[in-house]
Design a protein around this ligand. Structure first.
Ligand code: G3P
Ligand code: CA
Length: 288
């Protein structure tokens, strides 16, 4: 009879990942590091996975470290996810945090690293929605990183970059007042495959091989990030994400984080509409 009380717990222990792994994870929780780069450089860790980080003011949080891409040391700081084209928008200039690392492909995610880490480069993964952490790398549809240490010029992270280039309505004119476009190095995909994920009509007004910030459209609305491309005209809401403000053209077609990715129908990949693959993947943002 007593054994039956313990049966569920024994079952749980027996189905736990494995004991060695649990010890390893317990060890990881003891590191005091401000970024995955420090976890790599100071604590000699080289496995991808979840680690605890500590901010300058002592906030402890858990996030995913990519320890393999181009030498590793990349900290996941945010994800932008669209589950409803009429959904919410991101807050790029606040210290507000939300979501959990394990659900970073299921919902928007932003952790203290976003504003706390002083970084040089970014890496971006497009990962299909609702993918478990262990499979992100395997099923990603596009991955790339920057190598020019561009964040030095903008305060060391996106929190400061977007203070300089607010994602707000009516802050300037398309192209002339856009934020920076930084060349990228592909880890999965290339310039052409990037452009193919977006709508056919966007291909003539984008250049592949860049990550661009604070793009302004014809109607003076702003988006935060154009992933994989540089805008060459002002319909940027059809291929850039993280909308700010108020999109005057064709409401309610211009709402949500992936503002007009469904302009010509949801996932149709005709006209201005992005492919379903792109629309239904979260954009994971890393710093190093
Ligand atoms: O931003 C997309 C929108 O301006 C497209 O306009 O006339 O090609 O449907 P249209
Ligand atoms: Ca337009």
């Amino acid at each position: 009879e007593t054994s039956s009380i313990w049966a569920p717990f024994i079952a749980q222990i027996c189905s736990a990942p494995n004991v060695g792994k649990v010890d390893e994870i317990r060890n990881r929780a003891q590191f005091i590091a401000r970024s995955c780069k420090e976890v790599r450089d100071v604590h000699g860790q080289s496995d991808n996975g979840l680690y605890s980080l500590t901010t300058a003011t002592g906030v402890v949080y858990q996030t995913f470290c990519d320890m393999t891409t181009a030498g590793g040391g990349w900290t996941l700081v945010a994800s932008v996810h669209e589950d409803n084209i009429y959904g919410e928008v991101h807050s790029w200039t606040s210290q507000k945090t939300f979501g959990t690392v394990e659900a970073a492909t299921d919902d928007d995610f932003k952790n203290p690293g976003y504003y706390d880490i002083v970084a040089e480069d970014m890496s971006v993964w497009h990962v299909p929605n609702n993918t478990p952490v262990s499979h992100w790398n395997l099923v990603a549809i596009m991955r790339y990183h920057t190598e020019r240490r561009f964040l030095h010029l903008y305060g060391g992270n996106l929190y400061y970059l977007f203070h300089r280039y607010p994602v707000e309505y009516n802050v300037g004119k398309h192209l002339s007042d856009n934020g920076p476009s930084i060349p990228i190095v592909y880890d999965l995909g290339d310039k052409e495959s990037t452009k193919m994920f977006y709508g056919p009509n966007t291909r003539g007004e984008t250049e592949g091989g860049f990550i661009s910030f604070r793009a302004i459209n014809h109607e003076r609305a702003a988006t935060a990030i154009c992933s994989g491309v540089k805008p060459k005209d002002g319909n940027s809401e059809t291929y850039c994400i993280g909308g700010g403000g108020f999109f005057t053209e064709g409401n309610p077609l211009q709402c949500g984080d992936f503002t007009s990715f469904a302009w010509n129908g949801y996932g149709t990949h005709i006209g201005w509409s992005a492919s379903k693959q792109m629309l239904e993947s979260a954009v994971l943002l890393f710093y190093r």
